[in-house]
Ligand binder design. Structure first.
Ligand SMILES: NC(=O)c1ccc[n+]([C@@H]2O[C@H](COP(=O)([O-])OP(=O)(O)OC[C@H]3O[C@@H](n4cnc5c(N)ncnc54)[C@H](OP(=O)(O)O)[C@@H]3O)[C@@H](O)[C@H]2O)c1
Length: 376
C-alpha cells in the first residue's frame, strides 16, 4: 500500500497504479466471490466484478423482483445465481450486502457457512461495530474486512461504465489467513473503486452515520428548508426561492467545488458574493457545530444504530419510510424543484416535437419523474 499526504497528514491508500486490476485478478483467481443481496450495492459490486473478470456469483432469495433483476442483468440461475444458502456454501469470499437490518436476521445462516479460511466482506462497519445490538460476531478463523464505496451502488456502476471510479474506504477487522490485505485490496479494485483509503470498522460506521445524517443528507435538507422558508416568508416566489437555494448550487456551484475546491468556486464568483460568503460561513459553522457534536455523540452511544435497527426491522418499514418521503416530496420546496427541473433545456423535448406548450410541460414532468432513481 502507498502512503500519501492529505494536507499534513499521512495516510495509507491503495491506488490503481500500485494495485492494478491484473494484480486483483491474480489474487482472486482461485476465489468464488458470493455477493449476498442484490439491492443497491449488490448489483453495482457484482456487475463490476463480473466485467473485471472475477469469478462472482449472486445469492438472492427466489421468487422476488430482485431475483428477476439479477437474471435480467445476466446472472444465470444454477450457474451464477443461487438461493442465499447455496451461494453462502459455494462462496470462499462472502460479500454480505443485504440491508443492515436483514443482515441481523440472516446472520445465523451465514455463520453456518463461514468455515475456516473463508472471508467475510462488508460494505459498512455497522453489523460488527454494534454487535451487542446486531449479534454479528464472526468466528475467529475467517478473514473479516470491509470495502465501503463512498456513494450509491448506482453511482458505482455508472462511474465504472464511464471508465471512472468511486472512492472507497477499506478496513481489516480480522486477518485469520495472513492474506486479508491482499484480498480486501483486490476486492476494492475489482468492485470499481477510484482509490481506497484506510479506516477501521468503528470509524467507518461513525463517520458514515454522521455524514448521512449531516452534510450529505440531513443537514443539507435542513439548511435548504430554512433558507427557502425565510425567502418565501419575505414574499419571494417559489421560483426565486428554489433557484437561490438549490438549483444554482447543484447546477452551477457544486460542479465547480467538485472540480477544484471551495476556494476556487469562491474565486470564480463575483466579489460581492465572495465578500458575503467569507463574512457568513463561520457564523453558519458556529451555529451548526453543536448540532454536529450532538449527532456524533448520538452515533457513538449506539442510539442511532438502535433506532435504525428498531425501525427498519418492522415488517411495514418500507410503507412507513414512504409516508415520510411523501411529506418531503409534497413540500412546496420540492414541488417547485420538480417544475424547475422540467424547465432545464436538456429536459425539454426537441423543438420539432413541440405543439401545445402546456402539453409539452406535462410530458417533461413525466420524463423527469421516470428518470428518478434510488440513489443511496
Ligand atoms: N445503498 C448504498 O448505495 C450503500 C452505500 C454504501 C454502503 N452500503 C452498505 O451496503 C450494504 C447493502 O446495502 P444496500 O443498500 O445495497 O441494501 P438494500 O438495497 O437495502 O438490500 C436489499 C437486499 O437485501 C435483501 N433482503 C432484505 N431483507 C431480506 C430478508 N429478510 N431476507 C433475505 N434477503 C433480504 C433484498 O432482497 P429482496 O429484494 O428479495 O427483499 C435485497 O437483495 C449495507 O451494509 C449498506 O450499509 C450501501
Amino acid at each position: 500500500m502507498a502512503k500519501l499526504k492529505f494536507g499534513n497528514v499521512e495516510e495509507n491508500v491503495v491506488t490503481r497504479e500500485e494495485f492494478p486490476l491484473s494484480k486483483a485478478q491474480e489474487v482472486l483467481k482461485n476465489e468464488t466471490v458470493a455477493v449476498i443481496g442484490y439491492g443497491v450495492q449488490g448489483p453495482g459490486q457484482a456487475l463490476n466484478q463480473k466485467d473485471n473478470g472475477i469469478n462472482v456469483i449472486v445469492g438472492q432469495r427466489k421468487n422476488s423482483k430482485t431475483w428477476d433483476k439479477a437474471i435480467n442483468d445476466g446472472f444465470v440461475p444454477g450457474e451464477t445465481l443461487f438461493e442465499i444458502e447455496e451461494a453462502l456454501q459455494r462462496g470462499t469470499i462472502i460479500c454480505y450486502l443485504l440491508s443492515d437490518a436483514a443482515q441481523i436476521a440472516l446472520w445465523p445462516t451465514v455463520q453456518k457457512h463461514l468455515t475456516a479460511g473463508k472471508a467475510l466482506y462488508f460494505s459498512h462497519g455497522f453489523g460488527v461495530t454494534f454487535n451487542e445490538q446486531t449479534g454479528i460476531v464472526p468466528p475467529k478463523d475467517v478473514d473479516v474486512f470491509l470495502v465501503a464505496p463512498k456513494g450509491s451502488g448506482t453511482s458505482l456502476r455508472r462511474m465504472f461504465l464511464q471508465g471512472r471510479g468511486l472512492n472507497s474506504s477499506y478496513a481489516i477487522y480480522q486477518d485469520a489467513t495472513g492474506k486479508a490485505f491482499e484480498r480486501v485490496a483486490a476486492l476494492g479494485i475489482a468492485v470499481g473503486s477510484g482509490y481506497l483509503f484506510e479506516t477501521d470498522f468503528k470509524k467507518e460506521v461513525y463517520s458514515d452515520l454522521t455524514g448521512e445524517r449531516g452534510t450529505l443528507m440531513g443537514a443539507i435538507q435542513g439548511i435548504f428548508a430554512a433558507q427557502y422558508e425565510v425567502l418565501r416568508s419575505k414574499g419571494h416566489t417559489p421560483s426565486e426561492a428554489f433557484n437561490e437555494t438549490v438549483e444554482e448550487l447543484t447546477q452551477s456551484l457544486m460542479p465547480l467545488v467538485a472540480e477544484n475546491g471551495m476556494d476556487w468556486m469562491y474565486a470564480n464568483c463575483s466579489t460581492t458574493a465572495q465578500r458575503g460568503a467569507l463574512d457568513w460561513w463561520k457564523k453558519f459553522r458556529d451555529a451548526t457545530k453543536p448540532v454536529f457534536t450532538e449527532l456524533y455523540e448520538s452515533v457513538a452511544s449506539g442510539k442511532e444504530s438502535q433506532r435504525s435497527i428498531d425501525s427498519n426491522s418492522k415488517t411495514d418499514y418500507r410503507e412507513k419510510l414512504e409516508e415520510e418521503l411523501k411529506e418531503l416530496r409534497d413540500s412546496e420546496l420540492w414541488q417547485a424543484g420538480k417544475t424547475v427541473r422540467s424547465l432545464r433545456p436538456e429536459n425539454q423535448k426537441p423543438k420539432q416535437d413541440t405543439g401545445n406548450q402546456e402539453q409539452n410541460t406535462a410530458g417533461l414532468y413525466k420524463k423527469t419523474v421516470e428518470k428518478t432513481e434510488s440513489v443511496n
